[in-house]
Design a binder for this molecule. Structure first.
Ligand code: PEP
Ligand code: CO
Length: 449
């Protein structure tokens, strides 16, 4: 379909939609979708527009995007400790990045809706039984029984409600005294001593604390306002009936907004320019991101840019590249060139997680801290060399002390993964690894400015 064909919230239905679950009960599905259409949106158009403005700043080199959170949120993890821990790590990382880049940091969580996962296969064998794969809590459950793996339309509503509860708590924390967590006094820094860069990290944290105190003294009573921090939400826009149900026109604005989230992204597996996902997202007014990886040819990228970013609207399109430390050197430059030739401005963001997944001999999916860091460092270098700008980073992380990725200051080993591996899908950086990663990025980003 050409970009000039008429768009409607359901025009995607004319095209092949991959990664969509098969539901047994069409009536129950229709009822769940109808209810989602009636329920209020999770976010508002003015928040979406505010984020677009901030992403435009990042694309122009005047801000830096930090996007992070779980690979897959779970309905059961909608708890106060899990949510606060996620905000805390994102806030602390963002402060480290402000310090390193001297730029405003745009904070975007993979949260309040990151419930649907693309999968490579439709079925898997568990203990000799063939089961549909787990596709995220929006669709089915991770347990290894046929009942749990059946796609259940009621989960669309449960996930919507959990997203609303998550967002409600985040908004309340942000409006309250939460920003105190800015202060390094509240940071958990025991791990620093285990790093060869310990003295540099200590200096960074000390001067960060001093700058904060200095600003607060200057700002006096304006502190509460100054400390107010924004968080935006994002998730992979995978389940098109779910996204469509919350896509609306709003008073006094042009166009249609997908109000399940501020910032949906199109995953690598659903980024076919002739597919339903690109068709759906080309018509919404939100800022959108697309994952680009080893299968993205320059020609394909060019078509994606034409379809998703025809008007060069500032902040509209983010390209999240995810190649792996080994592949980025060869794969990224042709795409930078294709984007340059399009004549349009995009925000480039590096996801150093998804190209660096390995499986341990015992069958655990993991990622090595050093591979993640290497891909990031190479990304900065390659952008620099090609006169392009890396304007953001995208991580799978958690604020908790899980053991899913190896390495980092404490040198977590493959054996440590058995201790506290909780992710149902991809391995996340834990609190310490994430904070250390931010410090490494801050060091590197500071150099290139
Ligand atoms: C993800 O971000 O969890 C994901 C599945 O990424 P990608 O589409 O890049 O593989
Ligand atoms: Co993932």
């Amino acid at each position: 379909m050409s970009s000039s064909a008429p768009w409607a919230p359901d025009s995607w239905r004319r095209l092949p939609a991959c990664q969509q679950p098969a539901y047994d009960d069409a009536e129950a599905l229709a009822a769940a979708v109808a209810e989602l259409e009636r329920l209020p949106p999770l976010v508002t158009s003015w928040e979406v527009e505010a984020l677009k403005g901030q992403l435009a700043e990042a694309a122009a080199g005047r801000a830096f995007l930090l996007q992070g959170g779980d690979c897959a949120e779970s309905l059961d993890d909608c708890t106060s400790p899990a949510i606060t821990a996620k905000l805390k790590i994102l806030l602390q990382m963002s402060l480290v990045l402000v310090f390193g880049t001297r730029l405003r940091v745009v904070r975007v969580g993979r949260f309040a809706g990151q419930y649907a996962k693309p999968r490579t296969r439709d079925f898997e064998e568990v203990d000799g039984v063939r089961l549909p794969v787990y596709r995220g809590d929006l669709i089915n459950r991770a347990g290894a029984s046929a009942g749990e793996r059946a796609a259940d339309p009621r989960l669309l509503l449960r996930a919507y409600e959990r997203a609303a509860l998550t967002l409600n708590f985040i908004r309340a924390l942000v409006a309250g005294g939460f920003a105190d967590l800015h202060h390094p006094e509240y940071w958990d820094l025991d791990w620093v001593e285990h790093s060869p860069l310990a003295s540099e990290y200590r200096r960074m944290v000390a001067s960060l604390g001093e700058s904060l105190r200095f600003m607060e003294t200057l700002a006096g009573r304006a502190v509460a306002e100054m400390n107010r921090v924004d968080f935006f939400t994002s998730h992979e826009g995978l389940h098109l009936l779910y996204e469509q149900a919350q896509t609306r026109r709003v008073p006094h604005r042009q166009g249609w907004y997908d109000l399940t989230t501020h910032f949906p992204w199109i995953g690598m597996r659903t980024s076919d320019p002739d597919g339903a996902h690109v068709e759906f997202f080309r018509g919404v007014a939100n800022p959108v991101a697309v994952k680009v990886g080893p299968a993205t040819t320059p020609e394909r990228l060019r078509r994606l840019i034409d379809l998703l970013h025809p008007d060069d609207e500032p902040g509209r399109l983010t390209l999240v590249h995810r190649f792996g430390a080994e592949q980025i050197e060869a794969a990224l430059p042709p795409l930078l060139e294709a984007a340059r030739r399009s004549g349009r401005t995009v925000l480039w963001c590096c996801d150093p997680m998804h190209g660096n997944t390995r499986t341990t001999p015992s069958g655990r999916k993991t990622r090595r801290f050093d591979d993640i860091l290497t891909e990031l460092e190479r990304a900065f270098e390659i952008h620099e060399r090609h006169g392009s700008l890396l304007g953001g980073v995208h991580f799978e992380l958690t604020g908790e002390n899980v053991t899913e990725c190896t390495g980092g200051a404490r040198g977590l080993s493959a054996a440590d993964l058995e201790r506290d591996y909780r992710s149902t899908v991809d391995p996340r950086l834990n609190y310490e690894q994430a904070l250390e990663m931010a410090m490494r990025v801050a060091r590197r980003a500071g150099r290139s400015r």
